[in-house]
Design a protein around this ligand. Structure first.
Ligand code: FPP
Ligand code: MG
Length: 320
C-alpha cells in the first residue's frame, strides 16, 4: 500500500487544515494580491514543515489542544512558501505543484513581492513567540539563505565536492525540517535529549528528502512531481549524482554537460548517470540517512505519533 501524506498527518489533520486556513485568511481577500495568491491557496502543498512541528508537539502531549501553536506552524509554512516563490524566480521555473509559477504567470518581480508578502506574514505569525523560538527561526533562515547562496556561487563551476554538497543541502533543506521537529518538542516541554533526537530525525529526514528530490529531477516524471524535471543540470546546478559522475568519469561528464548547453540534449548525461553507478550511489546515501532517521526515531517516545513519523520517513523514501 502506498503511503499518503493524508495518512501520515491524520492525527493532526484538522490542525493542519487550520494552519492552511489561517494562511488563507491572512491574504487580503480583495485586490491584486488575492488574485495572484488564489492558485497557491487552492494548492497549498504538502505541509511537511507545519505537519512535522505539530506531530512533534503532539507526540509529547497527546491530549493537549494545539490551538496556541497554530500561528507558529503557519509562520513556518509562510517562510517555506516565501523561499519557494523566490527559488522559482532564481531557477526560472515554469511550474510547481502542477500549476504555473507566479513568475511564469505574471513576472519575476511580482513573484519576489508575493514571496516578501508571505515572509512578512510569517513575522506576524511569529510575533508572540518566545525569544528562543525566534532565535531558532532566525538561525534556520540564515542556513536557508547560506545554502542557497552557496548553490548560486557554485552554479556552472563544476567543482563542488560531495562533502560541500551535503553541507549545502543540510543548510538548504534538512535544517528546516530539523528545526520544525525541535521546536515542536521544545514547546511541548520535552527534555533536552528528546529535543535533540527529534532534531536529528528531522535533519536526516530532510537529507533523504533532498537526495530523493535530486534523483527525481533526473529520473522522475514531471507530471507526477508537478514541476519540470532535468532543471538542475540545465541551469548548471550540480547535485550528488552529477558530482559523483564527474569524479568517476570526468571526460564523459564534460562531454555530456556540453551536449546540454550546445544541443539541449540530456540523453548523454542520463546515460552516463545510469551507467557509472552515480544514481545507485545517491540512492545508497539516501538509504544511509534513512537509517540515521530511523535510529533517531527509536530514541523518541514510543506510541502512535512515533509510528506516524516512521510512516513519513517511508513516504519520503518511496516518493515518486
Ligand atoms: C527548493 O530547492 C528551495 C529551497 C529549499 C530553499 C530556497 C531558499 C531561498 C530562495 C532563500 C530565500 C529565503 C527566503 C525565506 C525568502 P530546489 O530548487 O532544490 O527544489 P525544487 O526543485 O523544488 O525547486
Ligand atoms: Mg528550485
Amino acid at each position: 500500500m502506498p503511503v499518503t501524506l493524508e495518512d501520515v498527518f491524520a492525527p493532526i489533520g484538522n490542525e493542519l487544515g487550520a494552519v492552511m486556513q489561517l494562511i488563507g485568511t491572512a491574504v487580503p481577500q480583495d485586490g491584486y494580491l488575492y488574485e495572484v495568491c488564489a492558485p497557491l491557496l487552492e494548492r497549498p502543498g504538502k505541509g511537511i514543515r507545519p505537519g512535522l512541528f505539530l506531530l512533534s508537539f503532539r507526540m509529547m502531549v497527546p491530549d493537549c489542544s494545539l490551538s496556541d501553536v497554530i500561528p507558529l506552524a503557519a509562520g513556518l509554512e509562510c517562510i517555506h512558501w516565501a523561499s519557494l516563490l523566490h527559488d522559482d524566480v532564481i531557477d526560472e521555473a515554469k511550474t510547481r505543484r502542477g500549476i504555473p509559477t507566479v513568475n511564469a504567470t505574471y513576472d519575476p518581480t511580482t513573484a519576489i513581492l508575493v514571496g516578501d508578502f508571505f515572509f512578512s506574514r510569517a513575522l506576524h505569525f511569529l510575533a508572540d513567540c518566545r525569544s528562543y523560538v525566534l532565535e531558532s527561526v532566525a538561525q534556520l533562515l540564515l542556513d536557508l539563505v547560506s545554502g542557497q547562496v552557496t548553490e548560486q556561487r557554485e552554479r556552472g563551476r563544476y567543482r563542488l565536492t560531495e562533502v560541500a554538497y551535503l553541507h549545502l543541502i543540510g543548510e538548504k533543506t534538512a535544517r528546516f525540517l530539523a528545526t520544525a521537529c525541535a521546536l515542536g518538542t521544545m514547546l511541548a516541554g520535552a527534555p533536552e535529549e528528546i529535543v535533540a533526537s527529534a532534531e536529528n530525525y528531522g535533519y536526516s529526514l530532510g537529507m533523504v528528502y533532498q537526495l530523493r528530490d535530486d534523483l527525481l529531477d533526473i529520473t522522475g516524471d514531471g507530471r507526477m512531481l508537478g514541476k519540470e524535471t532535468g532543471m538542475d543540470m540545465a541551469a548548471g546546478i550540480e547535485t550528488l549524482p552529477t558530482i559523483r559522475a564527474r569524479a568517476l568519469a570526468p571526460e564523459k561528464y564534460y562531454q555530456a554537460v556540453a551536449a546540454i548547453s550546445t544541443r539541449g540534449s540530456h540523453a548523454p548525461l542520463q546515460k552516463l548517470l545510469w551507467e557509472c553507478g552515480a544514481l545507485g550511489y545517491t540512492e545508497d546515501l539516501a538509504r544511509y540517512y534513512a537509517v540515521q532517521a530511523q535510529k533517531s526515531l527509536e530514541q523518541l517516545p514510543p506510541g502512535e505519533i512515533r509510528g506516524q513519523l516512521g510512516l513519513l520517513l517511508r513516504y519520503v523514501e518511496l516518493r515518486e
